[in-house]
Design a binder for this molecule. Structure first.
Ligand code: 5AD
Ligand code: FES
Length: 349
C-alpha cells in the first residue's frame, strides 16, 4: 500500500472526513491491503457502538407497479415483460404478523411509485400496523412524494424513510434517469423527510453505468454532509429487460471498500449488507458485515410475488419462505461471529 493511501486511511479513521480529491485518490488507488486496513478500522468503530449485533429489518415488497422509468431498474414502466402486482392491505398485514412472530420489530414497506398507494391507503396501513404492534418501527420506501404526503405518512406513524439518492452528481443522475425525473426533486425529498422528523436513509449503487471514482467521491462527500441515519449501498446488477442489460455488475471488492469508508465517515450509521451484494457473491452479505455493515433485510414478501419484484437479474431469496430467510441469515451471521438482534434497532448517535 502506498504511503499516501495509508495516511488517508489513518486520517479518515481519526477525523471522519477527507477532501473530495482525497476520496477520489483513495478509490483510484484501492488495493487488497488498503481494503483490509479500512475494514479493520470500520469493524472496530462499529463494535464500539453496536458490539457484535446485526439488526434485521423485514422487507415487504408491496407492489411493482411504477410510473417511473429509471434506466437501470427491472420494474421500470417501459418493461412490458414485467408481470405487475400489488399486495392488498390484508396481505401486507399478514406479512407483518408473520414477521412479528419471527421476531421482527422493524418493517420496511417498499414498492414502485404507484398512485394506488395514496396517502389515504398507506396511512391506513401504517395505523393498523402500529396499533397491532406498538413496539415496532415502520419504515417506508415508496419513492418521491410531495412534502405534504411525507407529512401525512409521518403523522400516521411512519418512523423512517429510505430513498436512495442514487448518485450525488447531477449530470450522472440524468444519465441514469429519464428526463421527467430530476436530481433536484430527489434532494428536495431527502431534505423534506429529514425536516419532518423521519430517520432518513439515502444510498447509491456501486458500479452503476457511467460511474467513476469522481462520482463515488461525490457520493461520499454527500454522505459526510448529510449524515444519513441509514445508507443503502449495493452493487449495480444488470436486468435483462432494461437499456443497461449489457453493462457489467458492480464488484464485491469495491462495494466492501465503500462500506468501510462510509462506516468511518459516520460511525453510527445503519448500514445494510444488501440482497444485491448477496446476489453477486454467495458470501456477499457476510463480507459486507465484515467490512463494516450492521443490518440485514430478509424478505417477508409472500413467496407468490417474490420473483415479480425483480429489480435486477438473479435476485436471491425469491423462492424462500420468510422463516427460511430469517434462519438462513441467522446461520450466516453466526458463522462469522455476529448475532442477529430483534429489537427495534434505532441508530445510536
Ligand atoms: N441493480 C442494483 N440495484 C438496483 N436498484 C434498482 N435497480 C437496480 C439494479 N439493476 C436499487 C436502486 C433503488 C433500490 C430500491 O434498488 O438503488 O433505489
Ligand atoms: Fe433469504 Fe438466505 S436470506 S434465503
Amino acid at each position: 500500500m502506498n504511503e499516501q493511501v495509508k495516511e488517508l486511511i489513518e486520517r479518515l479513521n481519526a477525523e471522519h472526513c477527507l477532501s473530495l480529491d482525497e476520496y477520489r485518490y483513495l478509490i483510484e488507488n484501492r488495493s487488497d491491503e488498503a481494503a483490509k486496513l479500512l475494514a479493520e478500522y470500520a469493524v472496530k468503530v462499529r463494535r464500539e457502538i453496536y458490539g457484535n449485533s446485526v439488526f434485521v429489518r423485514g422487507l415487504i415488497e408491496i407492489g411493482n407497479i411504477c410510473k417511473n422509468d429509471c434506466l437501470y431498474c427491472g420494474i421500470r414502466k417501459s418493461n412490458r415483460n414485467c408481470e405487475r402486482y400489488r399486495l392488498t392491505e390484508e396481505q401486507i398485514l399478514e406479512c407483518v404478523d408473520e414477521g412479528y412472530s419471527l421476531g421482527f420489530r422493524t418493517f420496511v414497506m417498499q414498492g414502485g411509485e404507484d398512485a394506488f398507494f395514496s396517502d389515504e391507503v398507506v396511512c391506513g396501513i401504517i395505523r393498523k400496523i402500529k396499533s397491532a404492534h406498538p413496539d415496532c418501527a415502520v419504515t417506508l420506501s415508496l419513492g418521491e412524494r410531495p412534502r405534504e404526503s411525507y407529512a401525512a405518512l409521518r403523522s400516521a406513524g411512519a418512523d423512517r424513510y429510505l430513498l436512495r439518492h442514487e448518485t450525488a452528481n447531477k449530470a450522472h443522475y440524468e444519465r441514469l434517469h429519464p428526463p421527467e425525473m430530476s436530481f433536484d426533486n430527489r434532494m428536495r425529498c431527502l431534505d423534506d423527510l429529514r425536516a419532518l422528523g423521519y430517520r432518513v436513509g439515502c444510498g447509491f449503487m456501486v458500479g452503476s453505468p457511467f460511474q467513476t471514482a469522481r462520482e463515488l467521491a461525490e457520493d461520499l462527500k454527500f454522505i459526510e454532509n448529510f449524515k444519513p441515519d441509514m445508507c443503502g449501498i449495493g452493487p449495480f446488477v444488470p436486468h435483462h429487460d432494461t437499456p443497461f442489460k449489457d453493462e457489467p455488475s458492480g464488484t464485491l471488492g469495491l462495494t466492501c471498500f465503500l462500506l468501510s469508508i462510509i462506516r468511518l465517515i459516520y460511525p453510527p450509521v445503519l448500514l445494510p449488507s444488501t440482497t444485491a451484494l448477496g446476489t453477486i457473491a454467495p458470501d456477499g452479505r457476510e463480507r459486507g458485515i465484515l467490512a463494516g455493515a450492521n443490518v440485514v433485510m430478509p424478505n417477508l414478501s409472500p413467496v407468490s410475488v417474490r420473483k415479480k419484484y425483480e429489480l435486477y437479474d438473479n435476485k436471491i431469496c425469491t423462492g424462500d419462505e420468510s422463516a427460511q430467510c430469517r434462519s438462513c441469515l441467522e446461520t450466516r451471521m453466526r458463522s462469522i461471529g455476529y448475532e442477529i438482534v430483534t429489537d427495534i434497532g434505532d441508530i445510536r448517535k
